[in-house]
Design a protein around this ligand. Structure first.
Ligand code: SF4
Length: 202
């Protein structure tokens, strides 16, 4: 049984393509991260994904290559997707902030606020059934809470249309290997839900 979060009933899908959203961002300088990035990392994956993963922000490799989850965290994510019965082709991945915070510091509230409309539009365009939030920043943004991922994880949250799975960031599990089984168990929960709710053919 998923925990139901009120306050998201106003959300609705939007027939705006991801390319259109990316075009709109252009050479975005809405926050100071725009001044130090190499590449704006918009997102990658299936525009009709049933499952959308949201991370924190680009790291060094992502900033250099312009794609999310290409470094060590990306390798980790690839190996974890099969736990949920998923492949990279089936999912979409984006971050809360699209430009790398210098030295991988945490994104600041003003930066998250400046970048949020773009992520919101991505979610409305993709309109996934499930959102997997990787780490504190994504979990807090989607669930509109200050609570940490440690207390949020371990259950699925119903947020309007979306089933939300807050869990640890794969990069964090590199330094906290004891979190890995917890991340795997959260993804297994997503896999089970997907099996129990097969996509309706249109
Ligand atoms: S982080 Fe987001 S708001 Fe800030 S400059 Fe980059 S794209 Fe624009």
């Amino acid at each position: 049984m998923a925990l139901r979060i009120p306050g998201h009933e106003h959300q609705a899908p939007r027939e705006v393509g991801l390319e259109e959203i990316r075009d709109l961002m252009g050479n975005c300088q809405l926050c100071e991260l725009g001044q130090t990035r190499n590449n704006l990392v918009f997102g990658v994956g299936n525009p009709r994904a049933r499952v959308m993963f949201i991370g924190e922000g680009p790291g060094r490799n992502e900033d250099l290559q312009g794609e999310p989850f290409v470094g060590a965290a990306g390798k980790k994510l690839d190996s974890l997707l099969c736990v949920a019965g998923l492949t990279r082709d089936e999912i979409y991945i984006a971050n809360v902030v699209k430009c790398r915070p210098p030295s991988n510091r945490n994104p600041r509230p003003a930066e998250i606020e400046a970048c949020s409309p773009f992520l919101r539009e991505q979610v409305r365009s993709i309109w996934p059934d499930v959102i997997v939030c990787l780490g504190n920043f994504a979990s807090q943004w989607v669930l509109k809470t200050q609570a940490g991922v440690t207390s949020l994880r371990g259950q699925l949250h119903q947020v309007g249309h979306f089933l939300v799975c807050p869990t640890f960031h794969p990069a964090a599990c590199i330094y906290h290997p004891d979190w890995l089984p917890l991340l795997e168990s959260d993804l297994a929960m997503v896999g089970q839900w997907l099996r129990e709710h097969p996509k309706e053919e249109v």
